[in-house]
Design a protein around this ligand. Structure first.
Ligand SMILES: [Fe+2]
Ligand SMILES: [Fe+2]
Length: 266
């Protein structure tokens, strides 16, 4: 079964109200969790930097969508949200679900056109599904080039990812990598232990290199962590094989590496 192009499309005249998204994020996180805003802004800035290497693939409309997806990907991830025992809360006049398990479960039909209604209990993560559902229901977003990067930023589902057009797949990859570049940067800035310096892996010592496929695998392994969930392993294997196709020596490693192989660095 393929994703219905009639129901879902990437159009170039989407009515993206970027200001409304930013206003909502500020209302939710501005005072309570400024690091969340920093993470989202940094994700947007990394995805813009990465996308500069794909100028012939992404047009201006796609770049705008990329920025939107980067800013919106963790819309419903605040710790203060998950600390509440309510099903939803109102913060600065914004009503948001906090019981994300319930929210996603009740809205599984919304995920059906995206072929994601069967992946409720996987590493795709509730906050990613919930953010996409929220943007569809409350913001009227329908554009697949915004929604798939958000749904898939923590773990794409390979069978669905493979059906996406090249540009949408690239945008999933860009947000996946930018998200991890951002969180890795912030953790290092806070002197928290991290398994690797992802910026160094992607941009090199000179800050002028561009090791995209390598970065993608590392970002995926960071996302997978110690999970052995089937779809998570499948997606890591996919990114590993892409890197092996560029560097056949890595194919001699004896399989996809795991996070435990990475030493802790500050
Ligand atoms: Fe996330
Ligand atoms: Fe994130």
């Amino acid at each position: 079964m393929s994703i219905s192009q009639n129901l879902l499309s990437s159009d170039n005249n989407s009515e993206l109200d970027f200001d409304r998204l930013v206003d909502t994020l500020n209302r939710l996180y501005g005072d309570r969790d400024p690091v969340r805003i920093e993470h989202l802004e940094l994700t947007a800035s990394f995805s813009e930097r990465l996308s500069g290497h794909f100028g012939d693939v992404l047009d201006q409309a796609d770049r705008y969508k990329l920025r939107y997806a980067s800013m919106g990907h963790d819309l419903l991830k605040g710790k203060f949200l998950s600390d509440s025992s309510q099903a939803e809360v109102t913060l600065n006049n914004v009503v948001v679900p906090v019981d994300l398990n319930r929210y996603v479960r009740l809205n599984l039909p919304t995920l059906e056109p995206f072929q994601l209604d069967d992946y409720f209990n996987t590493d795709i993560q509730l906050h990613a599904l919930a953010a996409g559902i929220y943007l569809i229901m409350e913001f009227g977003i329908t554009d697949t080039r915004i929604l798939y990067p958000i749904f898939f930023h923590s773990c794409p589902i390979l069978s669905v990812y493979e059906q996406l057009d090249d540009t949408t797949r690239l945008m999933v990859d860009l947000v996946t990598l930018a998200d991890k570049l951002s969180s890795n940067h912030i953790k290092r800035k806070q002197s928290r232990p991290v398994p690797l310096n992802l910026e160094l892996s992607v941009f090199g010592e000179s800050n002028n290199e561009f090791n995209f496929t390598q970065g993608l695998l590392l970002a995926r392994l960071l996302g997978q962590g110690r999970s052995t969930e089937k779809h998570s392993r499948e997606m890591s294997e996919h990114y590993y094989q892409r890197l092996v196709s560029l560097n056949p020596f890595l194919g001699k490693l004896g399989g996809c590496p795991t996070i435990d192989m990475l030493r802790e660095v500050k």
